[in-house]
Design a protein around this ligand. Sequence first.
Ligand code: SF4
Length: 288
Amino acid sequence: MNYKTLQELVSLAQSEEKEFWEIVVKEEAISQNTQSELVFEQMRKMYQAMKRSVDQYDPNLKSPSGMSGGDGERMRRYRMNNEPIAGDFLSKIMETAIMVAESNACMKKIVAAPTAGSCGVLPAVLLVFEAEKGFREDRIIEALFVAAGIGQIIALNASISGAVGGCQAEIGSASAMSAGSVAYLEGGDMEDILHAATLALKNLLGLACDPVAGLVEVPCIKRNVSGAINAVVSAQMALAGIRSVIPPDEVIGAMAAIGREMPVCLKETGTGGLAATKTAKIIAGSLA
Ligand code: SF4
């Protein structure tokens, strides 16, 4: 990979007079020893799989633990039958995030982007932007490459694994990737993309990974909603010209440091945080 930081990726794009996403496609084509067009079509398949994960949502499914299922439909019905305080657009993002994350808990096929635990964030944002704002699918695929570039750099310099860096690495990374995508879709320049991702990541720094009974359900499913909405509001801040005081790559460095300093009980072991509450222990005991 010819870039190791966000700043290097942007510098490369500027020197080659290409878009952020084009550099990511080009580097992936080189690493796979294939054509850029084929890489683009691979990503299209990922996006179509994301769409299927929403289309095939089953409101009647319950996860094997019994903790999850049906909330996506609950959210959808609430939106249809009320005037949701978050408005129709954000409410659609909320319900889509829940649907995909619930599908994961119910063992349905999802796209782990960047992880299964955070699988609802990107589809929630991108599918709703495509449907509600009329973006062409190709532009959404380009936005997915923006997300991929951001995710690559976080994975390289920090982590995208809850077991290594806590939930900031999963929901935080997914939110940052989505924020960058939204900034791109909405016509932001490369600075906007970087700062959208950075603001989203900053907002979730330090988030513990504390799944109840060690299952990717509680609090994971609802955190997908927060990650998706955080992505949209962070992108909007960046598009308005608001900048992160701490530069993007330094924020990723801070995330890595927080991950290293985080106790093991908050890194997917299911032994700290919410997983250590009285109720969580009762649930875990009943499932043992
Ligand atoms: S709490 Fe842990 S398992 Fe759940 S989404 Fe976050 S990182 Fe993944």
